[in-house]
Design a protein around this ligand. Structure first.
Ligand code: SF4
Length: 383
């Protein structure tokens, strides 16, 4: 697994402590969005469609620390927007590292080399670089030429300077399994610590709506990707979550495991669905009817969702709190996961799938080649 031992130890101790205290719902990863501004405008993104006055705003470091202390999660993921556009991102990261939080700063890599001097290598800090494919495939996914080369150069520099570097890749309907395997090979060769993978989510606000995967197609895609797997590939994810993507392990969503805090407050109920905001973490926990979310709830917003921010926390909790999850994880770590067969040859394990298929097009077809003018203007001022 591409997760450091110290981080695994911290997370396992945290989960067991929560269980001993009898807490039924507790956070594992805080999704901290200190701004929505970005220097790209990807077709599958549902985060940058806010009006310009919202895109101008930033959370202060104090607001970020308050959120971290309120919820107490051991891991803080900083997506956005593009966090490196935040005027005080270095202060935020320093404060989180001082609090011994494991920080994943998610970036598209465009500004990484330029801003690297603001950060110090630490076991608590990892840059999580967004890469959806090799070369032109990534450029098409993020709707701008040349981004892949810049991101790869930044990854190399960051690794050379002693930083932890991971990657995150989202796969949509038009993903090619062969290209995905090539991507894993390339990233492994670059020396990244681990790769995080996820299917895309059907954001209502995303400019392209016909490129998201129904549940059955998600499983089919990941089975094809892992039909030839390599031991050298390292994933920065729980082995149970990867088995879930392949339809070999059943999980339901635990949205409280990855609460989201951003400019508007605590997002209800999760990082993906926006049904209003709570002022405090406690209000979020008390006011959401959690049983109304996840695959088993029958909520149509959750029907096709298999994303890491909903299911990874469930996988971690199963690993540390159930014997079945523990033994399965142990065997996957010790012996690896066998290559997958096509859906028709290997039945799904208890996984309820929604087979409603939609017709798809390539992501690039809805891309503008540049971010909207207001974003470009805001981004260049901030950078
Ligand atoms: S299943 Fe997906 S959309 Fe539904 S609550 Fe969980 S993370 Fe959110």
């Amino acid at each position: 697994m591409g997760i450091p031992i110290s981080q695994m130890w911290t997370v396992s101790r945290y989960v067991l402590t929560q269980r001993l205290r009898g807490r039924k719902r507790y956070p594992l990863v805080l999704m901290l969005e200190p701004l929505f501004r970005c220097n790209l405008a990807c077709a599958g993104c549902g985060k940058i469609q806010h009006p310009v006055d919202v895109l101008r705003r930033e959370l202060t470091p104090e607001q970020c620390f308050q959120a971290v202390e309120e919820c107490g999660a051991p891991i803080v993921s900083i997506p956005g927007g593009e966090p490196l556009l935040h005027s005080r991102i270095d202060e935020i990261v320093r404060g989180l590292v001082r609090r011994k939080k494991y920080v994943y700063l998610c970036t598209n890599g465009l500004l990484l080399e330029k801003h690297l001097h603001k950060f110090k290598p630490s076991k608590y800090l990892s840059f999580s670089v967004h890469i959806d494919g090799v070369g032109e495939e990534h450029d098409a996914a993020v709707c701008r030429k040349g981004v892949y080369d810049i991101a790869v150069a930044a990854i190399k520099t960051a690794i050379d300077r002693g930083f932890r570097v991971t990657t995150n890749s989202t796969f949509f309907r038009d993903a090619d399994p062969e290209q995905a395997r090539k991507l894993f090979d390339e990233l492994t060769e670059l020396g990244v610590e681990g790769m995080m993978i996820s299917p895309g989510y059907e954001y209502e606000k995303a400019p392209q709506q016909d490129n998201f995967l129904p549940r059955e197609e998600t499983v089919h895609l990941f089975r094809r990707i892992f039909s030839r797997t390599k031991t050298a590939w390292r994933f920065n994810q729980s082995p149970l979550f990867l088995e879930f993507l392949k339809g070999r392990w059943d999980l339901d969503c635990t949205p409280w495991g990855n609460p989201t805090y951003n400019l508007f407050g605590w997002q209800k109920p999760c990082y993906l669905v926006d049904e209003g905001y709570a002022k405090t973490y406690q209000e979020l926990m008390d006011s959401v009817q959690w049983e109304n979310y996840g695959q088993a709830s029958g909520n149509p917003k959750c029907a096709n969702c298999m994303v890491h921010s909903g299911y990874e926390a469930t996988a971690v909790q199963e690993t540390f709190t159930t014997w079945a999850g523990f033994w399965k994880t142990a065997s996957l770590v010790l012996f690896g996961s066998p290559s997958t067969q096509p859906l028709s040859d290997e039945p799904l394990m208890q996984l309820q799938v929604n087979s409603s298929a939609k017709s798809g097009k390539a992501c690039a077809s809805s891309c503008s080649t540049e971010a909207p003018a207001e974003l470009v203007e805001l981004s260049s001022r901030a950078s």
